[in-house]
Design a binder for this molecule. Structure first.
Ligand code: ADP
Ligand code: DP6
Ligand code: CO
Length: 351
């Protein structure tokens, strides 16, 4: 299976329960198409596998104690159904799946742990694969996203295409209502595009998990943001996206990216995800918008220096030319609003 990344316009930063991986605020993102950025994952299960194993980009990671990995495997196994052969005979009864070990191989087609949401694409692909293998059936809409959330928060949003919200929920015992919901599908706003500027493909030195944990315990701005700012932005941006109002969409996106990075600076010791190139991109976009006399491009940065610039189709060539002129050494990827995970098994068998 392959699953897309998603880049948040209103960011998730901070957990209210580490055990459940529930957030202190809701968030919303655009799912990117899978042309350039995706996690490609294969799962094999067998009763003979003694332990669960994961190879990420060809290198084995020890998952025997990974709370996140285990939560995804057990979560999906709990929703498993029996497997039948072509004549309807039961091949595997659902009670037997618990005895099956899982081997996972996953590759990202873009930099891992560099602020382009590899954890989102990776855990969404993992949960989608496991769900396919175990014949998992949701008991309510969004249940699989609650499992992906336990792998990585942002992964819950990568299970859907289009414009996707992660509702923070209020259940602090199970986290069952902290789930992703598609707000608009991938066909709603075909003119919306993104340019991804890969400033650095190096692994960040502070992972998102670690960074947000320090922010929660030290940043006063983060508490203010979660209580006073995010809900208004969620309403504003959902309205803007619905009306295809790029200026409002862009304004909220840029302001929220800036506030997220301000909370990183307000964290003690401070965390710097953006570098000097990231900051020149911000300047360039504001100069461009001033020249256009409107918000025609909007940047956002996740927990890393790499930029995602949302724009409408008509500005694509102009913007790309501008970026190439000012940042000739960086790699550019183009993207549009994408759809959910895909099962590529048939395609691979043919190849
Ligand atoms: P990012 O900004 O790329 O999401 P994070 O710090 O949030 O960075 O997460 C990076 C971690 O996510 C990796 O170190 C790895 O543990 C996990 N991860 C990334 N890609 C995958 C994948 N394809 N399958 C499983 N886990 C993955
Ligand atoms: C800045 O989802 O990677 O990209 O739940 O600890 O795995 P964990 O964190 P993760 O954090 C993403 C943070 C962000 C904003 C966002 O995607 O909403
Ligand atoms: Co991540």
């Amino acid at each position: 299976m392959s699953a897309p990344t998603n880049i948040a316009c209103v960011k998730y930063w901070g957990k209210r329960s580490i055990a459940l991986n529930t957030p202190i605020n809701s968030s919303v993102s655009v799912t990117l198409d899978q042309a350039d950025l995706k996690a490609v994952t294969t799962v094999t299960v067998s009763k003979t596998f003694k332990k669960d194993r994961l190879w990420l980009n060809g290198v084995e990671e020890d998952v025997t104690k990974s709370k996140r990995f285990i939560a995804c495997v057990t979560g999906v196994k709990n929703l498993a159904t029996e497997k039948l052969d072509s004549s309807g005979e039961v091949l595997v009864d659902k009670s037997e799946w618990k005895d099956y070990g899982v081997h996972v191989s996953s590759m990202n087609t873009f930099p891992t742990a560099a602020g382009l949401a590899s954890s989102a694409a990776g855990y969404a692909a993992l949960v989608a694969c496991l769900a396919e293998v175990f014949g998992a059936i949701e008991t309510y809409p969004g249940e699989l996203s609650t499992i992906a959330r336990q792998g990585s928060g942002s992964a819950c949003r990568s299970l859907y295409g289009g414009f996707v919200a992660w509702r923070m929920g209020s259940d602090n015992d199970t986290g069952a209502d902290s789930l992703a919901e598609q707000v608009f599908d991938e066909n709603h706003w075909p003119k919306l595009k993104a340019i991804i500027l890969v400033v650095s493909d190096e692994k960040k030195d502070t992972s998102s998990t670690e960074g947000m944990s320090t922010s929660v315990s030290t940043s006063k701005l983060l508490g203010y943001r979660a209580k006073e700012v995010v809900e208004g932005r969620m309403r504003g941006i959902e309205k803007a996206y619905g009306e295809k109002d790029f200026e409002s969409f862009g304004m909220i996106t840029m302001q929220d990216s800036n506030q997220f990075h301000a909370t990183c600076l307000d964290t003690y010791p401070p965390i710097f995800y953006m570098n000097d190139i990231s900051k020149s991109i911000i300047k360039l976009i504001h100069t461009y918008n001033k020249w256009k006399g409107k918000i025609a491009a909007a940047y956002t940065f996740d927990a890393g220096p790499n930029a995602v610039i949302y724009h409408l189709e008509e500005e694509g060539e102009e913007l790309l030319a501008l970026m190439l002129m000012y940042f000739p050494d960086d790699k550019f990827l183009g993207s549009l609003v994408g759809s959910e995970y895909v099962n590529n098994e048939e395609e691979w068998r043919k190849a």
